[in-house]
Design a protein around this ligand. Structure first.
Ligand code: SER
Length: 877
């Protein structure tokens, strides 16, 4: 059975069991402070489990793209070494929100596995939770009993908290779980060791395929479990492992999900997969990582230096390093695999196919850059080895950490390189440096959240801000937060006009006004789907009603910038072409920023055309056409623009400014008609990364101010030029005059140099067959003295020239040594000038025959020259 049929069978099965089949949520998360990436199918339902939101369907199923590379579920270092872990994987899941519970979840899973997929019952094992003293929980006998009616008792195993109590993170929804494991070994192997001995023991052919979680609790920040009002089911089946079982393979990488990638990597590296453990690991690492990185880029997460982008960068670098170290692939090639990947997922995840070229470009640049870094790192390593080859022959832990931190060398690579050079590697020192850095960054980003304090009953922050800037409301709950040593309060209202930061638009500011108290709201943020008002002050009387008031000016300017962003987006598509995809945006009150895919720098002409098109649309004063609750499919069918990597509900809001011009799915706030934007001005166009350009622009009063500033500069210049008719002609004339004067000065200086040179020659003294000049050349500059020194070098084969100059009140030293002395006596002007420069509190350098230095203490210039002289004399003797 092909992977795509296996996936489809799962979805069909649950659809028949009254589940709604939904799309995978984006793999990269936007509004969850506790997670960077979707690490389980249930993430997108967290708000439902926590009762922050009502489920619109009680039974749901999907295939979810997950990434487990950070936080509580991190498999990165395992990937490649075994045959059944991945960074990115698909999780097939079914959910019940307060509907069916253990019995039905178990029965359905069993029916699917044994009757639809027809897996042999005798190859399966199931587990149940044995209980936990620290959590005061007894064994899950209910689950055990249910399994007893389906499977032989000897195949039901109990498991501890680590394996049989599932938690998404340190806090949040959780509960006991029941795992299903499969034993894929041969009959002969099975007869030697009983499969149940190998469950959860890391055997590559006895693996967990499905986890059925019975969500009942919320883990609080103090570690306690709080019973949730409803019980839910959250199941997750490892799709790649299921494919391995159904395709009768012994490794996920042998299934049709990976085989084309493995083949392509084998061809590129000229290594046969399955012949050597080390190269096999490298091939698996690359196959896995390319898939993860490509999907992340497709979801809008570009590799970068911070946060989620940095995690993606590290995954890609790990792949490059394995290609480099173990497959000896010398050129960038990961991007070539995107083609295979796109074919594997054709028709399933269209985001890959639609952005293939873009993903390739980003990967190529990233790999090129990292390969350069690797080379510099290797050079640094070689230097280290040569300078330490006579010493203790240890690669020091701090140095290894520098290689890791600056050049992306992980410790295993450093250890390998050390071994190749017969050095030992101070791993303890490395680990120490690493944990120090981790501690530093943890301390810097430390944020402590208290549990919520419930104040009153009601809905959670129902948003009324599209229609109102003020509303009467009450506080539902609040909590204290400590971040960067400061104290804040997070407040949830039943109703709110405050727009929470999302979709690139910054959060509203304003106040909560109580009868005898006012609280300033400094920001409004989103946590999953919850709107949180951030304040520095705790509400005095949280129970009393208040009026929530948004700062109107700030909101209006932000709305103008958001609408302008839509006009800009549409104009870019019209003028540059349909390949333009939004890759990020920032909409603030004072300016806007828009990132988009495009492969060249924009020309001035293109920028002008964009500005003109946007301004034309502003002058047309197009009325906002805002439609709420449009079915997603209908909106897309009508041509509204949706973004990759964005999570949309089934019903969306569509913002249109003139049909056929700009129509986007958008939750942001907008002007009522484009005329309110006033004027639009692009202030910069630049590159963000390969294939991504950035436009920064201003509108309304900010644009006016920007234009005034430029005009003021221009009139200041005009004034300086004595108000000419044509500024350009006047500046051109000025530049021309300048050029002519420079030429004149040059020839005058040459004349003068001749004079200075004559003076110098006259002062040359001879001592023991060596010609000497030493003196301060008043009124000369360094360029002139250098020219003279070079002429003297030609003229005298036996001269030592030590000159002092004072330029802009700063001392300089200039030393020229004729070639005969540098060769025969090993004199080095560079070294000498450095020593002499200490006198004038400065430094410098150069070549053996000529060197210069600058300093700050003019009073010591003469003694510096004396010092140079005596050094040379010493060396000549
Ligand atoms: N959330 C559970 C897991 O990730 C089941 O989906 O294993």
């Amino acid at each position: 059975m092909l992977a795509k049929d296996i996936r489809q069978k799962f979805l069909d099965f649950y659809q028949q069991k009254d589940h709604k089949i939904i799309e995978s949520a984006p793999m990269v998360l936007k509004n969850d402070p506790t997670l960077m990436f979707t690490n389980a199918g249930m993430n997108q339902f967290k708000d439902i489990f926590l009762e922050n939101k009502k489920a619109s369907d009680k039974r749901v199923a999907n295939s979810q793209k997950c990434l487990r590379v950070s936080g509580k579920h991190n498999d990165l270092e395992e990937v490649g070494k075994d045959t059944y872990h991945h960074t990115m994987f698909e999780m097939l899941g079914n959910w019940s929100f307060g509907d069916y519970f253990k019995k039905e979840a178990i029965e359905m899973a069993w029916e699917l596995l044994t009757q639809v997929y027809k897996l042999d019952k005798k190859s399966l094992y199931v587990t149940y939770f044995e209980g936990s003293v620290e959590d005061n929980l007894g064994p899950d006998d209910e689950t055990k009993k249910m399994w007893e009616s389906l499977i032989d008792e000897s195949r039901i195993l109990k498991g501890n908290k680590a394996d049989n109590f599932w938690e998404m993170g340190d806090v949040g929804p959780c509960g006991p779980c029941s795992e299903i494991h499969i034993d894929l070994r041969t009959a002969e192997e099975k007869s030697k060791i009983d499969g149940k001995e190998l469950v959860n023991a890391g055997h590559p052919q006895v693996v967990e395929i499905w986890n059925l979680v019975f969500i009942q609790y919320n883990r609080l920040s103090d570690g306690h479990l709080q019973l949730l009002p409803n019980r839910h089911v959250d199941t997750g089946m490892g799709f790649e492992r299921l494919c391995m079982a159904l395709q009768k393979k012994t490794s996920n990488y042998d299934t049709d999900l990976f085989a084309p990638l493995i083949k392509a990597i084998g061809e590129e590296s000229k290594q046969k997969y399955g012949k050597n453990e080390q190269t096999d690991i490298a091939i698996r690492v690359i196959a896995d990582h390319v898939r993860a990185v490509a999907f992340a880029i497709a979801d809008g997460q570009l590799p970068s230096n911070t946060g989620a982008g940095y995690v993606i960068r590290r995954i890609l670098r790990r792949a490059v390093r394995y290609a480099f170290s173990f497959l000896s692939i010398q050129k960038s090639f990961l991007f070539t695999l995107v083609k295979e990947l796109t074919e594997i997922y054709a028709g399933i995840y269209p985001e890959l196919q639609k952005q293939q070229e873009f993903i390739e470009k980003v990967m190529l640049e990233e790999e090129n850059n990292f390969r350069k870094t690797l080379e510099s790192g290797l050079k640094r390593f070689d230097d280290y080895i040569s300078s330490h080859s006579k010493a203790d022959k240890i690669v020091d832990g701090n140095f290894a950490f520098e290689l890791y931190d600056t050049f992306g060398f992980p410790p295993d690579l450093t250890a390998l390189l050390a071994e190749e050079n017969s050095f030992s590697f101070d791993e303890t020192g490395f680990n120490k440096a690493m944990s120090l850095q981790k501690k530093r960054s943890k301390d810097a980003s430390k944020k402590e959240l208290d549990d919520w304090v419930n104040v009153s009953e009601g809905e959670n922050s129902v948003f009324v801000g599209y229609d109102h800037l003020e509303t009467d409301c009450k506080i539902i709950r609040y909590r204290k937060v400590q971040a960067s040593g400061k104290e804040f309060y997070h407040i949830i209202l039943d109703k709110t006009p405050f727009y929470a930061e999302s979709g690139g638009q910054t959060g509203d500011k304003g106040v909560l006004s109580f009868e005898d108290d006012t609280i300033e709201i400094i920001d409004t943020i989103k946590e999953n789907e919850l709107t949180i008002h951030v304040s520095k002050k705790q509400p005095k009387d949280a129970k009393s009603r208040c009026r929530a008031i948004v700062l109107a000016d700030n909101r209006e300017n932000t709305s103008a910038n958001h609408s302008a962003t839509h006009l800009l987006h549409a104009s870019l598509k019209k003028i540059l072409g349909n390949h333009v995809e939004q890759k990020g945006s920032l909409v603030r009150a004072d300016y806007l920023r828009f990132d988009f895919s495009h492969f060249q720098k924009m020309t001035d002409e293109e920028i002008r055309q964009i500005e003109q098109m946007v301004n034309e649309k502003i002058r047309e004063n197009i009325a906002l056409d805002e439609q709420r609750n449009v079915p997603f499919k209908e909106a897309i069918a009508k041509g509204a623009t949706a973004l990759f990597g964005e999570k949309y509900s089934e019903e969306v809001r569509v913002i249109t400014f003139e049909e056929n011009f700009s129509s986007e799915l958008c939750g942001g706030t907008h002007v009522q008609s484009t005329g309110e934007i006033g004027v639009f001005k692009i202030i910069s166009e630049s590159a963000v990364s390969a294939g991504v350009r950035r436009i920064e622009a201003v509108t309304g009063q900010a644009a006016e101010n920007w234009i005034y500033t430029r005009l003021e500069e221009l009139s200041a210049v005009k004034k300086l030029l004595k108000n000419p008719q044509q500024i350009t002609t006047a500046v051109e004339a000025l530049l021309k005059d300048n050029q002519q004067m420079a030429k004149k000065i040059e020839s005058l200086q040459a004349e003068k140099s001749g004079g200075v040179k004559e003076e110098i020659v006259a002062k040359i003294k001879e001592e023991n067959g060596i010609k000497w000049f030493k003196g301060i050349l008043d009124g000369s500059d360094s360029k002139q003295v250098k020219d003279i020194a070079f002429q003297l070098r030609q003229q005298f084969p036996d001269l030592i020239f030590i000159a002092g100059i004072i330029q802009s009140e700063k001392p300089q030293i200039c030393i020229m040594i004729s070639d005969s002395f540098t060769a025969s006596h090993g004199l080095d002007a560079g070294k000498i000038v450095r020593e002499a420069a200490v006198e004038i509190k400065g430094g410098g350098g150069g070549q053996a025959f000529f060197a210069t230095a600058g300093g700050s203490d003019v009073s010591k210039l003469k003694s510096a020259l004396d010092k140079a002289e005596s050094i040379i004399k010493n060396e000549l003797n």
